[in-house]
Design a binder for this molecule. Structure first.
Ligand SMILES: [Fe+2]
Ligand SMILES: [Fe+2]
Length: 324
C-alpha cells in the first residue's frame, strides 16, 4: 500500500485499514507543534508593502464604493479580514472540533473502542489546541504591528452561527451530539481548502502564509483520521442517528464553505467605510458569491465510502462548477 505523505496537501491519501496506525505512529515526527514551534515563536519581522490578507479574497474589493474609500480604511478592512480569518479557524476548533474530539474519546459515539482510533483522535485534539494557540498568537502580533486599539467581535463566524441555530431546534442530547459530529467531520475533511487559500499566497505577510501552511500540514492527517473514525462510527449508529447525520450534512457543507457577509458588514462598518449595505447587497446579487469554497470532494468521497451518496441532498459536482 502506498505511503501517506501528509506534508503534501493536495496529494490523494490512500486510506485503508492501517491508516490510523500509520498516522498515529508518524505523529511524533509529523506534528507541527514538534517540528515548527521554534520557527513560529521566533518570527521574522513583518515585511512592509505586503498586505495582511489576500485582496482577491475580499468579495467586494472591486466595488466602486470600496475603491472610493481611503487607502487607510481599505487597509484596515484588509487587516480585520485577516483577524476574522484566524477567528473563524479558532471558533471551529474551540467550540466544535475539540468538544467533538472529547465526545469521541469519552465514548459518546459507538465504534471508537479500538486503541488506534482513540490515539489518533487524542493526537488530533492536541494539534487543534496548538492551532488555536498559533492563530491567537498571529492575531495578537497583528494587533500590535498594526496598532489596533479595538476590534470588532469576530467570535461568532457563520460556520458556528449556523450550527448553534440548528442546535436550538433539537432538544435531545443525542441529536445535539450528532450535529457536533456532522460539523466536525465536514470541517476536518474540508478545512485544508480554507487554509490553502492563504498557505501559498506571496502577496501577504510571509508569517500569515506560514501559519496557514503549518496548520494545513497537520490537517492533511486529520482528514484521513476523521474519515476512518467516521467509517467505524457510522456502522454502529442507530437508524435515527444516521438519518440525522444524512439530513444535516448539507447544512454543514454550506455553513463551512459560506462567505461570511455578516462578518464583512461588521468589518466595513467598523472601518468606517461608507455604503457597506450597498456593497454587500450588490456583491450578493451576483451568482456564485454565497460560497467562498466550493470543492467538497473530500466530503463527497467519504459520503461514497459510507454508501449514502443517494441520500445526501447536496450536488457536489454542481457546487464545484458553480451550478449548485
Ligand atoms: Fe486545526
Ligand atoms: Fe483538524
Amino acid at each position: 500500500m502506498a505511503e501517506i505523505h501528509p506534508q503534501e496537501p493536495g496529494a490523494e491519501p490512500h486510506i485503508g485499514p492501517n491508516t490510523l496506525r500509520r498516522l498515529a505512529a508518524a505523529w511524533p515526527r509529523r506534528a507541527t507543534i514538534r517540528t515548527d514551534m521554534a520557527a513560529f515563536l521566533d518570527p521574522a519581522a513583518p515585511e512592509s508593502g505586503l498586505t495582511d490578507y489576500p485582496v482577491h479574497l475580499i468579495p467586494f474589493a472591486e466595488h466602486p464604493r470600496f475603491l472610493d474609500a481611503s487607502e487607510e480604511a481599505r487597509g484596515l478592512v484588509n487587516t480585520l479580514a485577516w483577524q476574522a480569518y484566524n477567528a473563524r479557524v479558532v471558533a471551529a476548533e474551540e467550540y466544535v472540533a475539540n468538544p467533538t474530539f472529547e465526545k469521541l474519546t469519552h465514548g459518546v459515539f459507538p465504534g471508537v473502542e479500538r486503541y488506534e482510533a482513540k490515539e489518533a483522535v487524542q493526537q488530533s485534539h492536541i494539534d487543534e489546541v496548538w492551532h488555536t494557540y498559533m492563530h491567537m498568537t498571529a492575531m495578537q502580533r497583528t494587533k500590535e504591528a498594526r496598532a489596533l486599539t479595538s476590534e470588532p467581535d469576530y467570535s461568532h463566524p457563520v460556520t458556528n452561527r449556523w450550527l448553534f441555530r440548528l442546535l436550538d431546534e433539537y432538544r435531545e442530547e443525542w441529536e445535539r451530539d450528532m450535529l457536533f459530529l456532522v460539523w466536525t467531520v465536514v470541517g476536518e475533511l474540508h478545512i485544508n481548502n480554507f487554509l490553502e487559500l492563504l498557505a501559498r499566497d506571496d502577496t501577504i505577510q510571509p508569517m500569515h502564509a506560514l501559519v496557514a501552511r503549518l496548520h494545513a500540514r497537520d490537517e492533511a492527517a486529520h482528514g484521513p483520521i476523521v474519515a476512518e473514525v467516521m467509517k467505524d462510527v457510522f456502522v454502529h449508529l442507530s437508524k435515527e442517528q444516521r438519518e440525522l447525520f444524512i439530513a444535516r450534512l448539507p447544512d454543514a457543507i454550506i455553513a463551512l464553505g459560506a462567505e461570511d457577509y455578516e462578518m464583512w458588514s461588521q468589518i466595513l462598518r467598523f472601518a468606517g467605510v461608507a455604503g457597506a449595505e450597498e456593497m454587500i447587497n450588490d456583491t450578493r446579487s451576483l451568482p456564485g458569491t454565497e460560497l467562498m469554497l466550493t470543492d467538497f470532494s473530500t466530503v463527497e468521497r467519504l459520503v461514497r465510502e459510507l454508501g449514502i451518496e443517494e441520500r445526501v441532498d447536496y450536488d457536489f459536482a454542481g457546487s464545484r462548477t458553480g451550478r449548485a
